[in-house]
Unconditional design. Sequence first.
Length: 368
Amino acid sequence: MGRLYRYSVLQTLRNRENMFWTLVFPIILATLFHVTFGSNQTENMKPIPVAVVEGGNQIFETFLDGLDGETLALDRMDDKKAREALENGTVNGIFYSEKDPSLTVAGTQINESILEMLLNGYRQNQGLAETIGSRDPLGLLKASKQIAEQTDFIEAIDAGGSTQDSALDSFFSLIAMTCLYGALMGAESAMRLRADHSALAVRRSVTPTQRIRLIVSEMLAIFTVQFANICILLLYLHFVLGIGMGRRWPLLLPICALGTLCGVSAGMFLGGTKLKEGMQIGIIIAGTLFLCFLSGMMYSGMKAEVERSAPIVNRLNPAALIADAFYSVSVHENFYRYGRSLLLLAAITLLLTVAAYLRMRRERYDSI
């Protein structure tokens, strides 16, 4: 088994065409993205421009004043001007300082999510103050003062070099594309096991080695090579281009592993069909690019639009799941979305792996 694995690794590395598409091409594309988008990806987060419509809630306004300058850039105006500013993109949201504070936003990007998080945090503390007031009326004033001054639970951080720039979608989708391009290696590996493809495959088919050992050694070999390619790409993005991947690097490895195995399994399943090699390569490249387009590689807002109109597509799209998992770790630190993306990606990967194994195991020939 060890010798089969070693020889399969060497065969995979010697295929210069596949190594170009799975290692060199993503690095070139990442460099072009970086030149196109500039250095915005490496800047720290700037204060979020927000309009405040005063409505008499002094506690809430004091709370917002404590965030002004670092987290928020406040601008007090009336309702009409605030809505015009929101439509023009001058501000990312409008806070209404009423008895029950509210928020109006025009998008679903990171800035809007941060504003919603701030409002939810205030409401939770307000509920706590009301509970204190019902039990201890004398302590209500003290609790209200503490809520108004409680801004230390919000810390402006540089998420490992990443920002709220939506162009990050393109880089995360690029990583997803590289993972799925493992299908090129998978298809080529599957054809090395087909006796009707080459003389080498004929010799391997008549050996006494169990077919499952051949299949497993091939899958492990191309998985190893492609996983290493993904790691090299991540290191290049972070240390050469300065694209932030967050502070939780160990959580990125399961995403890369599942994404790589998903691509490899899809390629081995396709390589086990009777389609010609050129047709298989065309399907892999066109299919991968289409999935990555839906995940935001060509248009950063595409994944959000798909999420609004047909969320089931994002749940079934491996490229969107990989990009969303990276986004959840590197930017949002939303571990629910991270876990959901990994579970769905694992289910798709398992389905493809089983299908590839069953397809290749059943290869039979009348004569060789």
